[in-house]
Design a binder for this molecule. Structure first.
Ligand SMILES: *[C@@H]1O[C@H](CO)[C@@H](O)[C@H](O)[C@H]1NC(C)=O
Ligand SMILES: *[C@@H]1O[C@H](CO)[C@@H](O)[C@H](O)[C@H]1NC(C)=O
Ligand SMILES: *[C@@H]1O[C@H](CO)[C@@H](O)[C@H](O)[C@H]1NC(C)=O
Ligand SMILES: *[C@@H]1O[C@H](CO)[C@@H](O)[C@H](O)[C@H]1NC(C)=O
Ligand SMILES: *[C@@H]1O[C@H](CO)[C@@H](O)[C@H](O)[C@H]1NC(C)=O
Length: 303
């Protein structure tokens, strides 16, 4: 019996190698003109931090999204075609004419595109370990030569290295916009942006009406957000110079995941992934009705 078992387990071992190997070997991070992303495939960033692929909502609409590879409860951090879902059962994300990236539905209609002027270079689209999904020349990985990047078109989530605010060189203003409901990525009523008209500060807007503000940057943090004091796992940065007025954060240790979200109820949440409990721990959250408006009022910043 012992021999039989060990044969069985040897067989199982070889079988599992055989069975899993093909999946491991096709884990790619890049779409090329000859290799589109089809419905049942995903891209996985080089260090296996993020995964990009198709996902369905309850009513069967199909979207391209990015989620954390290592977190089982899917946490979407970016959605491409949030207002133009595919309503058929299939689609392809592909590079056309060695140029732009397009998402086509089952009958080949383009529902979403990177929509950049033609550059006449052979392009590839790559998912990076920082969540940025970039369209770049095939043989050129330099950041300044990206043709298009998802970081310029955030959904409802700010991740380390992403910027909110105004890029004066490209003219792009980056803001977060909530999902319509927790299971519908369609653009909702709430947004979260860096106000660059005066002393820079973050604002939550309901449609275009301001409902919450952080108070201006005081050199270290936003003055109305006392929760930022003593947080030592991340660093907050505000840049105000001739190139940009922007806000971003970085993790001291990149193996700790954190995200800043504007949810579909207009609540601004700072979350940190706890590996031991496998849950997103809430560091702070703000909405119009919460206590913290009181703090803002006391320092004279309330509405
Ligand atoms: C994708 O996977 C689903 C479920 O595994 C399967 O039913 C479907 O036929 C697959 N589609 C394609 C195009 O491979
Ligand atoms: C997607 O691309 C694959 C491979 O090129 C092709 O066989 C398939 O018909 C395409 N599907 C759609 C929906 O365009
Ligand atoms: C259902 O699908 C439509 C697209 O046909 C989309 O606009 C709508 O927001 C979706 N609703 C939900 C709850 O997913
Ligand atoms: C916000 O704007 C959307 C579309 O412009 C509208 O449907 C919605 O009712 C507005 N919400 C509020 C609270 O004004
Ligand atoms: C980062 O955190 C991980 C655990 O989450 C730990 O194993 C690793 O040593 C840390 N790295 C540094 C440079 O502190």
């Amino acid at each position: 019996m012992k021999t039989f078992h060990s044969h069985v387990s040897t067989f199982m071992f070889i079988f599992s190698l055989f069975f899993f190997y093909p999946f491991v070997s096709v884990a790619v991070d890049t779409i090329t003109p000859t290799q589109p992303l089809t419905i049942n495939q995903t891209l996985v960033s080089h260090g296996e931090v993020f995964e990009l692929g198709f996902f369905n909502t309850n009513n069967g609409s199909l979207y391209i999204g990015i989620w954390y590879k290592q977190i089982q409860q899917l946490t979407y951090v970016w959605v491409a075609n949030r207002d133009t879902p595919i309503t058929s059962s299939s689609g392809n994300l592909t590079i056309v004419d060695n140029d732009n990236m397009v998402l086509v539905n089952q009958v080949g209609t383009v529902v979403w595109s990177s929509n950049q002027p033609t550059k006449a270079v052979k392009t590839v689209a790559q998912l990076l370990d920082n969540d940025n999904f970039v369209l770049r020349p095939e043989n050129d990985e330099k950041l300044e030569n990206y043709i298009w990047q998802s970081f310029d078109y955030p959904t409802d989530t700010l991740l380390p290295e992403m910027k909110l605010g105004w890029d004066k060189k490209s003219g792009i203003t980056r803001r977060l916009q909530s999902w319509k409901t927790s299971d519908d990525p369609t653009i909702g009523d709430y947004s979260f942006k860096l106000d660059t008209s005066g002393f820079p500060e973050l604002l939550t807007l309901k449609n275009e009406t301001r409902i919450w503000r952080t108070g201006p940057w005081n050199g270290i943090r936003f003055s109305g957000v006392q929760q930022m004091v003593g947080v030592d796992i991340m660093q907050f940065e505000l840049h105000d110079n001739s190139d940009e007025i922007s806000y971003k954060f970085e993790m001291v240790n990149n193996s700790i995941y954190s995200r800043l979200v504007i949810n579909s109820f207009g609540v601004n949440q700072r979350l940190v992934w706890e590996k031991t409990t496998k849950t997103w721990r809430l560091y702070w959250s703000f909405s119009k009705d919460c206590d913290h408006v009181g703090i803002l009022s006391r320092v004279g910043l309330g509405d």
